[in-house]
Design a protein around this ligand. Sequence first.
Ligand SMILES: Nc1ncnc2c1ncn2[C@@H]1O[C@H](COP(=O)(O)OP(=O)(O)O)[C@@H](O)[C@H]1O
Ligand SMILES: Nc1ncnc2c1ncn2[C@H]1C[C@H](O)[C@@H](COP(=O)(O)O)O1
Length: 224
Amino acid sequence: MNENLRDKYGIPKDAVITIAGTVGVGKSTMTKALADSLQFRTSFENVDGNPYLDLFYDDFEKWSFHLQIYFLAERFKEQKRMFEYGGGFIQDRSIYEDTGIFAKMHQEKGTMNEVDYETYTNLFDAMVMTPYFPHPDLLIYLEGSIDDILGRIQERGRAMEQQTPVEYWLEMHERYERWIDSFNACPVLRLNINDYDLMNDPDCSEQIVERIGKFMQQTAVLKR
Ligand SMILES: Nc1ncnc2c1ncn2[C@@H]1O[C@H](COP(=O)(O)OP(=O)(O)O)[C@@H](O)[C@H]1O
Ligand SMILES: Nc1ncnc2c1ncn2[C@H]1C[C@H](O)[C@@H](COP(=O)(O)O)O1
């Protein structure tokens, strides 16, 4: 039945769809739901096994560079895995957010020094911003109000995020809104988190798949 959803809405079986959005907005939940509906593989961020994340939240200045290098390596390995399988993936967070949101924010707030930032962005550009790096077929941007998102961060209850001042999440939310307006590495479909309810509405996955199918067909026509 699930395979029919992919066929029914004309989504290519080798598509790579990445889910973007601020911390707590619902990317992992969406990744699971879409992968299930489309019978795609998943590419998740490994939060529990990340050796720097807790340290980073305790001391941004000391660990920003280490954490960014770690994420870059992890996401690059995932990129390779998706390529080797020939696509058919839903990816939890895009590689573009690491540099466009996180590294930039820490550099501008003074918690990543200038030299480290330059080393990191040089490495990122050499690895990612090349013609050999395949961009996703679609980026789904999840957006919602800061109050709803703070509620979700609370509800999820990761200690390191609870201890982080609310200003950090406010700043990130604003940056995401500016970032997505100028993002152009691949087509973007925006979904507002108030327009679907993956927890309580069993039909909403299909409605989202339908929107994705229509959007991908439109963008394919425009590309011709
Ligand atoms: N559609 C939804 N409705 C209500 N709560 C949701 C929804 N999607 C996610 N959540 C909840 O919000 C929290 C954060 O979701 P998660 O998918 O982990 O976000 P992210 O991966 O973007 O950080 C979790 O507690 C999750 O259960
Ligand atoms: N590139 C990153 N820099 C700093 N922190 C990051 C980066 N990518 C993810 N994170 C953090 C934010 C969250 O605490 C966890 C997981 O993100 P989530 O949006 O909940 O999937 O990692």
